[in-house]
Write a protein that binds this ligand. Structure first.
Ligand code: MRU
Length: 375
C-alpha cells in the first residue's frame, strides 16, 4: 500500500492529518508558509523527514502566494473547539504585500522565520529551509513567477529524493535483519514520518520485499501514541506481523528473549554520533545493551547535524502538559499535579550498534566516522 503523507494537488500541499489516524484518514490542504508551520506545530505532519519536506513546500507556497497576492488563508483547525491556534509570530507582514521587490523579500523572510519556529528538535526542518534558501538566492534576480516555479520544483525534488533515500537505506538495513527476526521499534519512523517508505519501517518493508519473514514489536509511545496509532496502522496495512506493547513492557520482552534487534529513527544526530529521538528511545537503548541486543538507528544524512558537537547541545522540545494529563478530551491525571513533557531524549553514541544511512552502515558511530561520511 502506498501512503502519500504529503502530496501536491490542486496547486496546494495536502497532508494526511496524523492527529486523527487511525480512526479517520483525511487530508488537510495548505497554501502558505504560516499554515504549513501551523500544520507542523500541531502535529498534522510529524517525523523529521516529513517535517523537512513540508517546510520546503511551505517556502514554495509562500512564494506562490506572495506572487499572486493572495490573502492569508485560514490556518489548521484546532482539534478541540476553543483551542488557540498559535504560531508565536505576527502574521501582519503577510497581509496584502504581494509581489513588489522588497515586499516579496520581506514576505519570504517572514515565511522562513515562521517555518523555522514551528518545531525545534528535528534538524531536517532547518536542513530543508537552508536548501530552499540557497535556491531562492540563486534565482533572486529572476521574475517572481520563475522564482516560485523554481522553489516548487525544489520542493518536489526534496520529496522524491526522500523516498529514494529511504529505499536505499531500507536495502542496507534489511541485510542486518535475519530471516524470522523479531524487531522492536519506538515511535513512528515510517511512511507517515517521511515522504514515503520510511526510515526504520522502510528497513522492515525492504526486509519483507527481500523475502524475509520478520515481525515487528511496536512500542505504544506515550504520550502522543505514534506507535499505537501510526506504526501499528502502517504495519497492519502492509500485512507485516506487528505486536503492540506499552512502553514499560520492552524490558520484559527483551528479558524473555523475544526481541532480536531494535531499529528506530532519529530527529537529529550530533557530530559525535549521539542520537536524539522520541522520548523513551534512550530507555530502549539501555535495555538493549543490557540484553546484548543490537540497537540500530535509521538515519538519512539530512538528519546528521555536523554543527552540533554532542547530544547535550541538541534542543529538546517540551510540549504541552495536556498530552501527559490524558489523551484528547479524556484526562486521568490528578488536577493540579506538576507535569513535564520533554518530547525527545538523547541516546549516547556508545549505545548505538550502527547508523543505517544511504551511504551504508556506520558501525559504532563516532566523530571521525561521521566526518568521513561528509568528505
Ligand atoms: O514528535 P514526532 O512524532 O515528530 O517524533 C518523531 C520521531 O521521533 C521519529 O522517530 C523521528 O522523527 C524519525 S522519523 C523517520
Amino acid at each position: 500500500m502506498k501512503i502519500e503523507t504529503l502530496r501536491w494537488a490542486h496547486n496546494k500541499l495536502e497532508m494526511i492529518d496524523q492527529r486523527i489516524l487511525p480512526a479517520t484518514f483525511e487530508y488537510l490542504s495548505y497554501d502558505s508558509a504560516a499554515s504549513v508551520a501551523e500544520g507542523i506545530r500541531s502535529m498534522v505532519v510529524r517525523g523529521a523527514p516529513a517535517i523537512g519536506v513540508a517546510a520546503a513546500y511551505g517556502v514554495a507556497l509562500e512564494a506562490l502566494r506572495l506572487f499572486a497576492s493572495k490573502p492569508i488563508p485560514p490556518l489548521t483547525p484546532p482539534l478541540k473547539e476553543g483551542e488557540p491556534i498559535a504560531i508565536g509570530i505576527s502574521l501582519a507582514p503577510f497581509q496584502g504585500e504581494g509581489w513588489g521587490g522588497d515586499g516579496f523579500k520581506t514576505g519570504m523572510e517572514t515565511g522562513f522565520t515562521v517555518l523555522s519556529q514551528s518545531r525545534p528538535t528535528a534538524v531536517n526542518l532547518f536542513w530543508a529551509l537552508q536548501r530552499m534558501r540557497k535556491v531562492w538566492e540563486s534565482v533572486a534576480n529572476q521574475t517572481p513567477q520563475q522564482i516560485a516555479t523554481r522553489l516548487l520544483d525544489e520542493a518536489h525534488e526534496i520529496l522524491a529524493e526522500d523516498i529514494r533515500i529511504n529505499r536505499t537505506m531500507g536495502a542496507f538495513g534489511a541485510e542486518l535483519l535475519a530471516d524470522g527476526a523479531r524487531v522492536l521499534t519506538h515511535c513512528n519512523a515510517g511512511a507517515l514520518a517521511t515522504a514515503g517508505w520510511g526510515t526504520a519501517l522502510g528497513v522492515f518493508r525492504s526486509a519483507v520485499e527481500a523475502g524475509k519473514k520478520i515481525s515487528v514489536i511496536a512500542d505504544e509511545t506515550r504520550p502522543f501514541l505514534q506507535g499505537a496509532r501510526l506504526t501499528a496502522w502502517e504495519m497492519v496495512q502492509e500485512k507485516i506481523p506487528v505486536t503492540l506493547i506499552t512502553d514499560n513492557m520492552s524490558g520484559y520482552m527483551m528479558a524473555q528473549g523475544e526481541v532480536d534487534a531494535v531499529v528506530v529513527g532519529t530527529d537529529r544526530v550530533a557530530a559525535n554520533g549521539d542520537v536524539a529521538n522520541k522520548i523513551g528511545t534512550y530507555m530502549v537503548a539501555v535495555l538493549a545493551r543490557r540484553h546484548n541486543i543490537p540497537f540500530y538507528v535509521a538515519c538519512p544524512l539530512s538528519t546528521i547535524d555536523m554543527n552540533i558537537a554532542t547530544g547535550t547541545d541538541i534542543p529538546i522540545e517540551e510540549r504541552s502538559a495536556d498530552e501527559v494529563k490524558g489523551f484528547r478530551d479524556t484526562h486521568w491525571a490528578a488536577e493540579g499535579v506538576k507535569i513535564r513533557n520533554p518530547s525527545f531524549d538523547v541516546t549516547p553514541a556508545e549505545l548505538v550498534t550502527g547508523l543505517i544511512t544511504e551511504k551504508g552502515i556506520i558501525l559504532q558511530p563516532d566523530a571521525k566516522k561521521l566526518r568521513k561520511l561528509f568528505d
